[in-house]
Design a protein around this ligand. Sequence first.
Ligand SMILES: NC(=O)c1ccc[n+]([C@@H]2O[C@H](COP(=O)([O-])OP(=O)(O)OC[C@H]3O[C@@H](n4cnc5c(N)ncnc54)[C@H](OP(=O)(O)O)[C@@H]3O)[C@@H](O)[C@H]2O)c1
Length: 259
Amino acid sequence: MGSASFDFSNTTTVVTGGASGIGLTCAEMIARCGGNVVVSASRRPDKTQKAIERIRKAGGDKPVAVSAFPCEVGTESSVEGFFDAIREAGLRVDHLIHSAGVSPNTEFFEQTQQEWDTVLNTNTTGAFLVTKYAARAMTDNPLEGDFRGRILLITSTNGINSQDPVSAHYDASKAAANMLVRTAAEHLSAMQICVNALAPGWINTDLNATLPPDVREKESSKIWMRRWAEPEEMARCAAHLLTMPYLMGQVVMADGGYR
Ligand SMILES: NC(=O)c1ccc[n+]([C@@H]2O[C@H](COP(=O)([O-])OP(=O)(O)OC[C@H]3O[C@@H](n4cnc5c(N)ncnc54)[C@H](OP(=O)(O)O)[C@@H]3O)[C@@H](O)[C@H]2O)c1
């Protein structure tokens, strides 16, 4: 993966959902570019340990610190505890990549209120809570250029383009997260905190394990580049967005072209 043009040395990036998929490859990219990384632990301890090993390996011989703390993104006390643990570990929050999310893919009439609530709680409430506590942690940072900190939410093109009814709850949750980017960016810009979103299209990760084969086929036929992306490609997009000047309150779609 080409990453030589990015320099994250002397910074710490917090990555929620950093133990798998897009979050993990973002964490590896940051470490490869010399940055410290804190990931939210997976609910499976063995998965967290493997992720930490992969991120450390990506850091190679660079002096990169890698740690993990528990964080249930849809629960305020847990998110607050996560950022407390980061502060107590003596780490500054320079960047946030919020990648934690769920996508159950369930036939429309089978979607229960309980499932809706879980998806909205994780994807929308989670985006708000993580943004709120990351921004609080960033307000004490010294000003580096225009910003004290940068927040990048991983949302989805599903929150912009209409998709299949199996993801009705997911699409609604991501549309809300995309709007949060605008509001949070306007508010937090006064504190010199940058907020943007990367909205991926179809990416080869475990998130799509439950996607019905006919939906996969239908969706694939709509991609102009005629292929799904690999998570590493999203990590490169994320690194670009975290380092771009004068980008504020934007939801940037990386979907290979789609209709
Ligand atoms: N893959 C795609 O095609 C695609 C497309 C557009 C957008 N996205 C977005 O990209 C992000 C990452 O997805 P991915 O494809 O990398 O999926 P993934 O491999 O399934 O990773 C999702 C991560 O989120 C974590 N997570 C889920 N619920 C959580 C909760 N309540 N609290 C804390 N962590 C939680 C999971 O932790 P556990 O290990 O504990 O389960 C996992 O580490 C998601 O926000 C997704 O919506 C993905």
